[in-house]
Design a protein. Structure first.
Length: 156
């Protein structure tokens, strides 16, 4: 069994959609990013790539490449899922924490787990999601940024 860690942070700005775990969460701000800026999906991508010893999301899908501009990050997840299959690696479990001051995310977790699991062709029960605030401190606490941490285990 191998494990990998992933982390991502995006600045938040008004007038942008907040996409997290592949779904749109109603909010008045959203991430600034080349793709949809989905921090949760990006952190999970890096955790899976780390566990596979296959590099990182920035190398595979560089933000200098126009083909990734504005795309759904679920595309990255699907492609990484295929890389794992080619390498005969199976996802054991994914755990993640999203760090944001607002909005409340727990009500959206079932839908996120469903969408993420579908992209990876695994069961929603293999994905656990958590949310934390930053207690009002730092850029995240001031609502200027959103971050996510993830860990994944892979089995041969
Ligand atoms: Mg990112």
């Amino acid at each position: 069994m191998t494990s990998g860690i992933g982390y991502d942070l995006h600045r938040l700005a008004g007038g942008r959609k907040l996409v997290l775990g592949g779904i749109e969460v109603p909010f008045d701000k959203g991430p600034v990013g080349h793709s949809d800026g989905d921090v949760l999906t990006h952190a999970i991508c890096d955790a899976l790539l780390g566990a596979a010893g296959a590099g990182d999301i920035g190398t595979l899908f560089p933000d200098t490449d126009p083909q990734w501009k504005g795309v759904s990050s679920l595309i990255f997840l699907e492609r990484i899922g295929k890389v794992l299959t080619q390498r005969e690696l199976h996802i054991g479990h994914i755990d993640a924490v999203i760090v944001t001051e607002k909005p409340k995310l727990a009500p959206h977790f079932p839908a996120m787990r469903e969408v993420l699991a579908k992209a990876l062709d695994i069961k929603p029960q293999q994905i656990n999601l958590k949310a934390k605030t930053n207690e009002g401190v730092d850029a995240i606490g001031r609502g200027e940024a959103i971050a996510a941490h993830a860990i994944a285990t892979l089995e041969p």
